[in-house]
Design a protein around this ligand. Sequence first.
Ligand code: F6P
Length: 535
Amino acid sequence: MTQNKWQALRDHHAGVAARGIMDLFADPLRAGQFSVQAGEMMLDFSKTNIDATGLALLLHLAEQSRVAAKRDAMFAGDKINVTEGRAVLHTALRAPEGVKVMVDGVDQMPQVHAIRARMTAFAEDVRSGRFTGQGGAITDVVNIGIGGSDLGPVMATAALAPSHDGPRVHYVSNVDGAHIADTLAGLNPETTLVIVASKTFTTIETMTNADTAKAWMAQKVANPGAQFAAVSTAADKTAAYGIDPARVFGFEDWVGGRYSLWGPIGLALMLAVGPEAFGEFLKGGRDMDERFLSEPFAQNMPVLLALVGIWHNQICGHTTRAVLPYDQRLLRLPAYLQQLEMESNGKRVAMDGSDLQTESGPVVWGEPGTNGQHAFYQLIHQGTRTVPCEFLVAKQGHELELAHQHLLLVANCLAQSEALMRGRSLAEATEIMAKKGLTGTELDMQARHRVFPGNRPSTTLVYPKLTPFVLGQIVALYEQRVFVEGVILGINSFDQWGVELGKELALALQPILEGKQGTAGKDGSTAALVKFLKS
Ligand code: F6P
């Protein structure tokens, strides 16, 4: 049954796979018809091999997969995360006053607003200097978390640098002692606030780093606990850790780690940019939700972005996706999307446990332009595989006095998608090299190295300026895209069982590395590595 729903698209693809994307622009209306606007944001997907028939089939695939019904079930608080028996309601964290969101017959919104009010009050206290450390006003905040308790706030804090007017915010995630050592070096324990951010409050990396931070603070501060706050769903554990409930910001299990930036996990971001800018970020997310909920699929940006992803990965067989922000402040967006997309849709079984009938979600990677151009774009342009590229660029930068640099940035962004699509033929390369005076076999050889196959697909997301509101729109756009792709693949995008085995084995290896246990039962490679590491 699952296979059938893909067949029409596969047949269509077989018929058009060899066609040049450039040829599709014989239709002068193509750019308008294969792009979509969401407010002031525009997604161009015309530089792909999707034509009117392909788009109609993709839209039909979304209908057949019951995306609308499943979207409504998610927003309504149904327990769609079946392997954990949980609702999926990160959207409630950005819902405005007046909206009700029921789980097990209880409206969740009063609690959401109450916690946000507490976060706001605390952030204002810290930012105004009413809340102090032992040595006076807080100058630095260290957020200790990992995965979803780190990547979202890290990404957004970098993205919103122009809005920073609070204390300096630092992030520690890696259990590698180098991370916390480098971060704490130069900070004053007497004016530092530590936030321990962990949904479960059991994650070994986070708890180990929290202990290290506490010991560091205890060297100078009489009561280090007074300069600790916590963000978690596990109130019992934060209490056992000795953090005053007044500085504990809870959330419910219906917020997945990688979807948690909108609530208390965003506390460090709120401290950096202030409650008002944080509120704008939430409004942007809500704006995209409302579009996702109400726009017909043919004009629905998250749905169309998902369908482009499905086309490239499950239909064309391009299993990786490069995210290329031409926006230095989005430097951590690819890492953030790696978790969002790969932890959500990197699964080999469907909701009911049966084998997936198609590829799982794509490998996501990337770096900001123009830096990537001088690193890995070589492969994107001339390698043997096709890597669908997703460009992001702002109409305007924040640095108005450097508008000429922004222009250059935009020119590079557009040039890359054009070059990927257009390519350079052997005849063109030969002509260029002949003009340089080459002839014969040398001309032939040199020209062949300068051929660009072209016909490589990309999308471009253009937004007005990277404000808190726009960032909210972008993040929610990707969240909803991941949801739609997951629904079409038939998987549960909200669990992450694939991280468990490694965690278990790491725990088991600890006593072996400490020399308390031997390597009996370990495979030959692991045993040899242990031996060498200990030698
Ligand atoms: O190991 C994966 C994971 O469970 C992520 O899903 C999560 O974002 C991260 O670990 C951190 O978990 P916690 O917030 O519970 O410390």
